[in-house]
Write a protein that binds this ligand. Structure first.
Ligand SMILES: CC(C)(COP(=O)(O)OP(=O)(O)OC[C@H]1O[C@@H](n2cnc3c(N)ncnc32)[C@H](O)[C@@H]1OP(=O)(O)O)[C@@H](O)C(=O)NCCC(=O)NCCS
Length: 144
């Protein structure tokens, strides 16, 4: 039987670094320093999702003001995708944000993941733009 747990931490942990590096650096080709890992790390909350004690996914929560929280760095290891774990991770992150007072959650989605975030209840609120060579759109969800 699959057994899930999640652990939150302020700042980076070895498991956050492992998954982010595997997905965003090795798989997607983004630069580690200044892009995948940036100046917000020490003040950000990170979650790691574990299945049967194996780390499979991560994401970052940044508080922008008293009501708006930003989700980012959402990643499920490539071998574990399309099993509902990304949606599970998003729900856990939203619950955490709401517990901290969130009324709105913002994110910048890589355009190829739009369908995923739409299924999680997010709406597009910008035109497409390119950062670090990758098309993105801004998305939001009201949670308050
Ligand atoms: C985006 C990502 C987190 C999704 O994780 P996942 O575990 O595969 O997603 P889930 O299995 O929970 O999918 C939930 C729903 O979204 C859909 N979905 C997942 N990825 C999708 C995609 N890229 N495009 C369209 N729909 C997608 C699933 O089919 C599923 O739909 P269903 O409920 O009708 O079955 C994962 O693909 C990933 O880590 N990608 C690489 C990193 C990345 O690009 N992160 C986003 C940065 S903005």
């Amino acid at each position: 039987m699959n057994k899930y747990k999640s652990i939150w931490s302020l700042g980076l942990t070895p498991d956050v670094e492992l998954i982010r590096t595997s997905v965003f650096v090795d798989e997607q080709g983004f630069a580690a320093v200044g892009v995948v890992f940036d100046e917000l790390e020490s003040s950000s909350l990170n979650i790691v999702l574990y299945e049967n004690d194996v780390p499979i996914g991560t994401g970052r929560l940044v508080q922008e003001n008293s009501t708006d929280f930003r989700i980012g760095r959402v990643a499920i290891l490539s071998s574990r995708r399309k099993s509902g774990d990304g949606a599970r991770l998003m729900s856990l992150m939203e619950e955490k944000a709401i517990s901290l007072g969130a009324r709105k959650i913002l994110l910048s989605a890589q355009s190829h993941t739009l369908g995923f975030y739409k299924k999680c209840g997010y709406s597009i609120v910008s035109d497409e733009y390119v950062i670090h060579g990758c098309p993105h759109v801004d998305m939001e969800k009201d949670v308050g």
